[in-house]
Write a protein of this length. Structure first.
Length: 176
């Protein structure tokens, strides 16, 4: 008798279709290249400029997350997240991650893994390999995500899975 069982499908495997691609760019770095020194936690703690295009019809809001998959903790480290960016917002200026910055009606900056609601700058351990900082943007078909300021970044990503119309990302690196 076999005790093997078939696992339940993962939520990402039951999405209706692959989302369209957004184009995400920055005036401060190119995809795969180093982020400005000022993006570092102790070097200015300034979020880079970001722009995006290609949001499909029906986009009502965006979710933005910056994640370091190379951090020396299980699951990586999330440095910044904004949920509910209005559909008419197509860029964020350098420094937009400063605590208290407003990004339009309904936009909420979630607590990063430092526990603060702002851009938590790049902070790889001294002498470590360059870390990747992946800025991912999702176009959503809702502006009512049910996420509030006390929600985690993981909850925001999971809760909006069924609302994704398009996504795109840009990756910068940082090393001390």
């Amino acid at each position: 008798m076999s005790l093997a069982r078939t696992p339940a499908p993962h939520p990402i495997d039951i999405l209706p279709a692959a989302p369209a691609e957004l184009t995400v760019t920055s005036e401060d770095f190119t995809d795969g290249a180093p982020l400005p020194e000022s993006a570092g936690y102790g070097q200015g703690n300034t979020s880079p400029q970001l722009s995006w295009s290609g949001a499909p019809e029906g986009t009502k809001s965006f979710l933005l997350v910056c994640h370091d998959p190379d951090a020396p903790v299980v699951g990586g480290f999330s440095h910044w997240a904004i949920v509910g960016l209005p559909a008419d917002v197509t860029s964020l200026a350098a420094g937009a991650g400063e605590y208290g910055e407003q990004h339009g009606d309904g936009a909420i900056t979630l607590a990063n893994d430092f526990g603060t609601r702002d851009w938590g700058g790049c902070a790889p351990p001294d002498g470590d390999v360059p870390h990747r900082y992946v800025f991912t943007l999702w176009a959503l078909d809702t502006d009512n995500t049910g996420i509030d300021a006390s929600s985690s970044i993981a909850k925001a990503q999971f809760t909006t899975l069924g609302n994704v119309l398009a996504r795109g990302s840009i990756t910068g690196t940082y090393q001390l």
